[in-house]
Design a protein around this ligand. Structure first.
Ligand code: ROI
Length: 184
């Protein structure tokens, strides 16, 4: 190994070296909560995303407040989007996200559109299109959700979906009326 490489390894944390040596895919994770101090839940979830194995958080959007989409008899939501580079396979990443949701105390109920302590959705997984009984990627609702598109545009303004649509076009088309960027 060349001397300069040895030197540079000395200055980098081990996790960073390990992830640099694997093929990393850029993914985007939607984070949402409307129960049990949602701002705290979203911040704890972002902390937990930093600890996902074989992965590296590379960008975090602002935190946003939003009115519920769907049934209105539930508290307002807190939303954010995280860019995560990972060498995990999609289902392994899904497992890691569900473990974070479960640790936060999420109970899965019949009511899919009801209040939740923590929701972590894989919005995009590189340019892959995935459809199986566990995963639909791109996320089925992302193109019509202001609370997904605007934080996603903030972290990845040059992004294109696998079908070529640009995040800027999608964000321009959506009605802007329901999202409040919270101060840091
Ligand atoms: N509404 C908002 N504003 N934010 C969410 O994260 C969210 N998540 C959901 C449903 C119930 C669709 N509504 C939401 O799952």
């Amino acid at each position: 190994m060349a001397l300069e490489n040895v030197k540079s390894h000395k200055t980098k944390p081990l996790k960073l070296i390990a992830t640099m040596q694997m093929k990393m895919i850029t993914t985007y994770i939607g984070v949402g909560s409307n129960l049990s101090d949602p701002i705290k839940q979203v911040k704890l979830a972002i902390d937990a995303l930093h600890k996902v194995k074989n992965s590296q958080v590379s960008a975090i959007s602002s935190i946003y407040g939003s009115k519920p989409m769907g049934p209105q008899d539930q508290p307002d939501y807190i939303n954010a989007v995280v860019e995560l580079k990972t060498s995990l396979k999609p289902l392994m990443l899904l497992d890691a996200l569900q473990a974070i949701e479960n640790k936060a105390g999420r109970v899965r109920k019949e009511n899919r559109w009801g209040a939740r302590i923590l929701d972590l959705d894989i919005l995009l997984f590189g340019d892959q299109i995935i459809e199986n009984k566990c995963l639909t990627i791109p996320h089925y609702g992302m193109k019509v959700r202001e609370f997904v598109l605007l934080p996603l545009q903030e972290v990845a303004p040059h992004l294109h979906l696998p079908n070529g649509e640009s995040i800027n076009d999608l964000a321009d088309k959506i009605a802007h009326n329901n999202l409040l960027k919270l101060p840091n």
